[in-house]
Design a protein around this ligand. Structure first.
Ligand SMILES: [Zn+2]
Length: 291
C-alpha cells in the first residue's frame, strides 16, 4: 500500500462562489495522518460530506491568508474542539506570516470567538453535552499549536516530510507558500496561489502529483490583464512540463474555465504542452492515485 492513501479535493474554486466550486482546500491521508492544506469556505462541512471526521485532521498548512483559503478556519477549530470532547490530538497549524496571530485573534483568550468557547466551557448544559460525548470535566479551552513558517525549509513528521517554497502571489501584502509532501514512495506538490515561477518549478521536480491553481483560460487572463500573481491553463501546464511531474491536478478554477466548453478547449491546449495525466479538480471528490 502506498504511503499516501487518499487525496480528497474539498474546495476547487475561487473567491467567486459557483454551484460546483468555492474556495480552496484539500486533505491528504498519509501514513495514517490526515493533513489538510488550506481551509476555504465551508471546508468543515465539505470534510463531513467527504466522510472525513474533523477531529481526525491533526495537521493544517496554509498557503496564504486570502479568505478563499482560510475563512472556514474558525469553524474548523471550534467544531474540532467541540466534537473532540477533549480526546482530540492538539492541532498543528503551519503557514506564512499571520498564521500565529490569526489563530490567537480567533480563539485566544481575547479572540473574536472566545465568547463561544467561554460559554461552552462554563455553562452547565454545555458541560453536560461535553460529558455525554465522553468528555471529562473541567472542560478546557481549545488549544492549537500554530507556527509561522518560511520558504525553503523542511519539516519532518511521522513518515512524511514537508518542503516549502515561495509562491509568487500578492506580495508584499501577503506572503505565500507552496508545499511539497514527500514520503518514501510518493511526492505531492500543492502550489497554493501563484504565478508560474522558478521556485515552484524547482520544488515540483519529478513529483508524482502537482495540484496547481488555474484561475482561467490563459488567453482570457492575458486579455483581461489578470496574468500576474496567478496561474492559468498554459502557465500551469508549462510548469508541470518543465518540472516533469506525472499528474497535474488543476484547482482554484474560476467560473469561466468551469464551463464545460472552456474546460474542453483548455484541456486540448494543455495537452500540446504537457504530456502527463491531467485532472480538473472536482469538490468533495477523491483523486485517483492508482497509476
Ligand atoms: Zn489568493
Amino acid at each position: 500500500m502506498k504511503s499516501i492513501q487518499r487525496l480528497t479535493i474539498l474546495g476547487a474554486g475561487t473567491p467567486t462562489p459557483t454551484k460546483d466550486r468555492f474556495g480552496s482546500s484539500i486533505v491528504v491521508e498519509v501514513n495514517g495522518d490526515l493533513v489538510m492544506f488550506d481551509c476555504g469556505p465551508a471546508t468543515t462541512h465539505k470534510l463531513t460530506k467527504a466522510g472525513i471526521s474533523t477531529t481526525k485532521v491533526d495537521y493544517l498548512f496554509f498557503s496564504h491568508h486570502h479568505f478563499d483559503h482560510d475563512v472556514d478556519y474558525p469553524c474548523f477549530l471550534l467544531t474540532r474542539w467541540d466534537q473532540g470532547a477533549g480526546k482530540e490530538e492538539t492541532l498543528k497549524v503551519f503557514g506564512p506570516n499571520l498564521t500565529e496571530e490569526f489563530t490567537e485573534n480567533l480563539i485566544g483568550n481575547e479572540g473574536v470567538f472566545s465568547h463561544d468557547w467561554k460559554a461552552r466551557v462554563n455553562h452547565p448544559v454545555s458541560q453536560q453535552v461535553y460529558v455525554n460525548r465522553g468528555g471529562t470535566l473541567p472542560r478546557r479551552p481549545p488549544v492549537v499549536n500554530a507556527k509561522n513558517i518560511k520558504a525553503n525549509a523542511t519539516y519532518k513528521f511521522d513518515g512524511w516530510d514537508i518542503h516549502t517554497a515561495e509562491a509568487k502571489h500578492v506580495q508584499p501584502y501577503l506572503d505565500s507558500l507552496a508545499y511539497r509532501m514527500e514520503t518514501n514512495d510518493f511526492s505531492l506538490v500543492y502550489t497554493g496561489d501563484t504565478e508560474p515561477c522558478d521556485s515552484i518549478e524547482k520544488l515540483s521536480q519529478d513529483a508524482d502529483i502537482m495540484i496547481c491553481m488555474c484561475w482561467d483560460d490563459q488567453s482570457v487572463m492575458e486579455k483581461e490583464k489578470e496574468n500576474t500573481g496567478q496561474c492559468g491553463t498554459l502557465g500551469a501546464a508549462e510548469m508541470a512540463a518543465k518540472a516533469g511531474v506525472k499528474h497535474l491536478v488543476l484547482t482554484h478554477m474560476g467560473p469561466n474555465i468551469s464551463k464545460t466548453e472552456n474546460t474542453k478547449k483548455s484541456l486540448k491546449e494543455i495537452r500540446e504542452i504537457y504530456s502527463g495525466r491531467v485532472t480538473f479538480a472536482e469538490e468533495i471528490t477523491e483523486v485517483n492515485l492508482n497509476y
